[in-house]
Design a protein around this ligand. Structure first.
Ligand SMILES: NC(=O)c1ccc[n+]([C@@H]2O[C@H](COP(=O)([O-])OP(=O)(O)OC[C@H]3O[C@@H](n4cnc5c(N)ncnc54)[C@H](O)[C@@H]3O)[C@@H](O)[C@H]2O)c1
Length: 262
């Protein structure tokens, strides 16, 4: 068990990648705080963990709201003890071309995907620094690395990558590591609205990927486990693409996007 006697705080733990991370971390011995804007989703994840013999606490928080984050961080520490691992996973992806979105859409993407990393790190870092022990794993996206649309989301994810590097540099000497994962397409509920329009979307996108398929939540969870565990004791500030090779060479994606532009 790679996370025995660790407490992990995972945002967006009620669905998709966050849920897979919660389950895997619990299976590796961690006590998991699963945090979500929809408490019933967090509770469903916690119930799965408990049914498998693990330890979990479901909490409500809107990660874009400072008071909500502070309250969840405080409750988590009161109930389970000091937090060793923070996974900043919650995000939304809304809107595209900056000439077609409104300011509220821009602000919301930035708040949920980027400001949340500031708020949750601010809430939990002091405890990690006091114990000189902590691992932060941020979930960004390949969208943060290159221009493939979804501008507000992508800009937020680029910010997450840079913020991770700064956390790594600033706090490394005090025992806290920070790394960031950039997933490619992962089959989760975040895709539901696009799936409703095009039921073949994953088959179509799979062709962009050198490994010939889109990803599954566990593909990301396994990478997060590695970065959160002592196996990554000398890794900080790393940007780990979990993307089936997409960022190694994406000419198929570029060709399709160019064709769609006409
Ligand atoms: N699925 C993909 O293709 C993909 C690709 C790259 C990166 N990612 C990233 O992975 C992470 C997880 O995505 P997913 O696909 O599992 O999404 P998802 O929609 O399945 O799950 C996201 C969870 O976050 C919660 N959430 C949303 N806003 C919140 C808020 N303000 N406060 C608290 N919780 C909130 C939702 O309720 C949901 O349970 C996100 O950061 C996403 O950007 C996903």
């Amino acid at each position: 068990m790679r996370l025995q006697e660790r407490v992990a705080f995972v945002t967006g733990g009620g669905s998709g990648i966050g849920q897979a991370i919660c389950r895997l971390f619990a299976a590796e011995g961690a006590s998991v705080v699963t945090v979500d804007r929809y408490l019933e989703r967090a509770q469903a994840t916690a119930a799965q963990i408990e049914a498998a013999g693990g330890r979990a606490l479901a909490l409500y928080a809107d990660v874009a709201q400072p008071d909500s984050v502070s309250a969840a961080a405080q409750t988590a520490q009161e109930r389970l003890g000091p937090v060793d691992i923070l996974v900043n996973n919650a995000a939304i992806a809304e809107g595209d071309d900056i000439l077609t979105i409104d300011e509220a859409t821009w602000d919301l993407n930035l708040a949920v995907a980027l400001k949340s990393v500031y708020l949750c790190s601010r809430a939990l870092l002091p405890g990690m620094l006091a114990r000189r022990r902590g691992a932060i794993v941020n979930i960004a996206s390949v969208n943060g690395l290159t221009g493939i649309g979804e501008e507000p989301y992508s800009a937020a994810k680029a910010g997450v990558i840079n913020l991770t590097k700064n956390l790594a540099v600033r706090y490394g000497s005090q025992g806290v590591r920070a790394n960031v994962i950039c997933p490619g397409t992962i089959q989760t509920p975040i895709w539901q609205s696009r799936l409703d329009i095009d039921p073949t979307v994953f088959d179509r996108l799979a062709k962009w990927y050198p490994l010939g398929r889109v990803g599954q939540p566990d593909d990301v969870a396994k990478a997060a486990l590695f970065l959160a565990s002592d196996d990554a004791a000398w890794i900080t500030g790393a940007v780990l693409n979990v993307d089936g090779g997409l960022m190694a060479g994406s000419y198929r994606m570029a060709r399709d996007l160019a064709a769609a532009e006409g």
